[in-house]
Design a protein around this ligand. Sequence first.
Ligand code: ADP
Length: 478
Amino acid sequence: MQTENLVDGEWIEAQGGARFDVIDPGTDAVVAKVPHGGAVEARAAVDAAAAALPAWRARPADERAKPLRRMAELMLQQRDALATILTREQGKPLAEAKTEIAYAASFLEWAAEEARRVGGEYIPAAHADKRILVMRQPIGVVAAITPWNFPAAMITRKLGPALAVGCTVVVKPAEQSPLTALALGELAIAAGFPKGVVNVVTGDPDAIGRTWLEDARVRKLSFTGSTEVGRILIARAATHVTKLSLELGGHAPMVVFDDADVEAAVRGAVVSKLRNAGQTCICPNRFLVQAGIHDAFVAALQREVAGMTIGYGLDEGAVIGPLIDDAAVEKVREHIADAQEQGAELRTGGHFVRPRAGLTERFCEPTILRGLSTNMRIASEETFGPVIAVRRFEHEAEAIELANDSPYGLASYLYTRDLVRALRVAEALETGIVGLNDGAISTAQAPFGGMKASGWGREGGKWAIDAFVEIKYVSIAM
Ligand code: ADP
């Protein structure tokens, strides 16, 4: 297991050998100790990335694509080992971790192909003796700050397109999940990226983030995390007007109409809400279900979650793993208690359990609450746990109003078999992503990102490229 930082192709310690513990959320065991870097390490990483930039951006796209493709292959070859590291530091069941590794590799594959298509345009001008040439150039050194809930995919989603277009990258993973990031750094070197093109620094988030935004050589910061930290970064980016891509919090509604296929809606609810124990930014946090189908939906959902196995991520058959830490547990407990105090009815779950000896008590039962109302915390704050809170509605207009009643606008889900209603509601929802009869909406091909306080920009597909290029036009007199 790699436990040093990657700077300029070397594996280094933090200044003075400072380290912090990476904790297994399922057992509280110390998985490893990694460098507690700060401003010095962050600056060294930018030095390396800036030095590597001219040669990397000058490479033909096909030559940039080769190590990207190779890294994706290595990830798939070493999928089991990577997934085991991921599960140990993050907690998700091993099968889910393996799925994430494949999903993460798909961003590199896509980027390797897209690298060839970062072209420009030759445009007729207003005057016969003029022409306009538009080119897309790499933006420069890119900083990536990523969260713990998808320790592999949130890195490759940024790394892939940034490297494909000719940028060099400095990465800071979340302090809860640095080991997957360091393992990816190892694969980047094995795949043949020249030194300094990919750098990974772990440690003090505030010091590292601040250093990068105070350094004019960093031309772009791509961040996935909380809206709260996003706001800090926006303020700090003012110093050098650093460009930002922000994928922030969400509070997705799932709207289920009377004419929906109940079984499909239940499957969609389970896959979107209970994956990663409910710790995803696109999780539905409000289930809005039309009166005629409400009771049948709740009953079917209750049957579906009854058979789900709560367990340690590396134990056979585990489907729901632990929450990431005690603060997460406390928040979920509070959300459940607050909803009950304000009149919600607990249909199932609601407790934290220790699935077997030797484990922590951070495992939350899949929980169903009915009678969700607007004043409950769960109706406005991201719960980040396996808690399904259901509210009954009568009319389409009411559902749209409730669904859009949020400062967030990342994802929403909609279940109906009426084609016209589907399009009408999908158009009305104020979110960057709509799952139409679909609970599994993440894919490398599509533009992922949010409206309102959910962020700026899109990641994935051809749109991912836009985040890492500058558009330049050359006005030509003939
Ligand atoms: P979460 O609530 O999901 O943990 P955070 O926004 O706190 O989300 O964390 C997402 C990423 O942002 C992590 O890599 C974390 O270390 C980093 N981070 C936290 N605080 C700061 C900060 N002040 N500046 C830069 N990065 C930060």
